[in-house]
Design a protein around this ligand. Structure first.
Ligand SMILES: [Fe+2]
Length: 423
């Protein structure tokens, strides 16, 4: 395995970064080595999402149809039910925690943030929380990050003890991306050892419902073609792009892989990546931001789908990308085309667009966006890396996918301003 050395790596892409960004990017890499963080941190080993009370089972079914994640165990603490899912196809990849508040009127910081944004108000507790990193020493990691001005959740005052317990500790919600990061030095795959709460079991009816969905995905040959999470993509405001990336570099052992300007959308796509380069084991982190901030964009009249998304939903994760095995299911039919057809025709999953990206003899990406989930508010992207394509985007695909998603993300009410759907 070849490791990328962040200090000697020249970022890819054509999106210009400021001198401030380049100076601190390198300083952060140097500090990670000096402080010991680079040696402590391992792979991204968990993904965390909260859904609305009553939505968990429906969301588990959706994940079962659309991803390789399958329900494993569940626990209950003072405020939440916690469902633990594992990637049934690829071992040693991040686990998935689905948090469901016990009380419909449960409210914490996440709820208050959702209530600020018109398209997030309907499901005020549905939000992607963030990721969990494995570390060799959780206390030492916390000590180092505290000395770098990173703030952690307070175990005494936090309502949902999932965020601060004996085995996993989360940072406070980022002021820039509204993302939180957890760190654990426990074996995340041994759910009982994490002491998440009292174990509870699904009812026979609930279990049967999930088993039926799993069987459906096996019979229709969807499940074996899905590898795991390739990347997660967040959207932030135009002015926060560089700070969001720098904060991510402070909190992880990722390196800034590169940024591409998509001029037709007036936005850029910015990726950070694990140094060993195996994104399935530790998914890439992508930030998308507008080039021109909304308040001056009216001088230019340029497109601003990313800025409008952030203003309609708040800074948050936009999509989770699932990698499809590269290959042809049948002669002339790429695996991603087969998966899309099965999900559309047989599972009745709505998609926003056709598949974009040519997959012939050259390395390339073939991608498609689902409609956003009613439970997680996330789009699921399917991505086939044809002929070992190493990048994250092609400009033509990004343009087509973002444009397709835009109409689904506008505000659905009158008299507010830009982005109103309908008359
Ligand atoms: Fe993506």
């Amino acid at each position: 395995m070849t490791l990328t050395d962040p200090l000697h790596y020249a970022p890819k892409g054509d999106k210009a970064n400021s001198a401030y960004f380049n100076e601190y990017r390198v300083k952060i890499y140097e500090r990670r080595i000096k402080s010991g963080l680079a040696d402590l941190l391992g792979n991204m080993c968990g993904l965390v999402i909260q859904v609305q009370t009553g939505d968990a089972l429906a969301y588990l079914k959706e994940l079962c149809i659309m991803t390789p994640y399958r329900y494993s165990k569940s626990y209950i603490n003072n405020t939440h039910k916690i469902y633990c899912l594992v990637n049934s196809n690829t071992p040693n990849t991040p686990v998935f925690f689905v948090l469901e508040p016990l009380a419909f009127d449960f409210a914490d910081q996440l709820t208050y943030v959702n209530k600020m944004y018109v398209n997030s108000q309907e499901k005020p507790n549905a939000r992607y929380v963030g990721e969990i990193f494995s570390t060799k020493d959780r206390n030492e990691t916390k000590k180092i990050l505290l000395s770098h001005e990173i703030r952690f959740q307070d175990p005494d005052s936090i309502q949902n003890k999932f965020y601060s317990n004996k085995h996993i500790e989360f940072t406070q919600m980022s002021n820039i991306s509204l993302n939180s990061l957890g760190y654990t030095d426990s074996n995340i795959y041994d759910f009982d050892s994490l002491e998440l709460g009292e174990e509870f079991h699904l009812s026979p009816t609930e279990k049967k419902a999930l088993e039926e969905v799993d069987q459906f995905t096996q019979e229709h040959q969807i499940k074996p073609l899905l590898k795991g999470v390739d990347h997660t993509a967040s959207r932030v405001l135009a002015g926060e792009r560089e700070d969001a990336i720098l904060e991510w570099l402070c909190l992880s052992n990722y390196y800034f892989w590169g940024a591409y300007d998509v001029k037709d959308l007036n936005s850029s796509t910015n990726a950070s990546r694990i140094t060993h380069g195996n994104d399935i084991l530790s998914p890439a982190k992508v930030f998308t931001a507008n080039n021109t901030p909304f308040m001056v964009n009216s001088f230019e009249n340029l497109p601003m789908p990313t800025e409008n998304f952030v203003r309609n939903y708040g800074r948050r994760l936009h999509h989770l990308a699932i990698e499809v095995m590269d290959g042809e299911y049948q002669k002339g039919t790429k695996n991603i085309d087969f998966v899309l057809k099965k999900l559309t025709d047989d599972a009745h999953i709505p998609f926003l667009s056709q598949i974009y990206g040519e997959c012939k003899d050259e390395p390339n990406l073939r991608q498609v966006f689902s409609k956003h989930s009613a439970f997680s508010i996330l789009i699921t992207e399917y991505i086939e890396r044809c002929n070992d394509f190493k990048g994250f985007f092609t400009k033509s695909n990004v343009f087509a996918l973002t444009t397709a998603a835009e109409s689904d993300e506008q505000i659905k009410t009158h008299h507010i301003g830009q982005g109103v759907v309908g008359d």
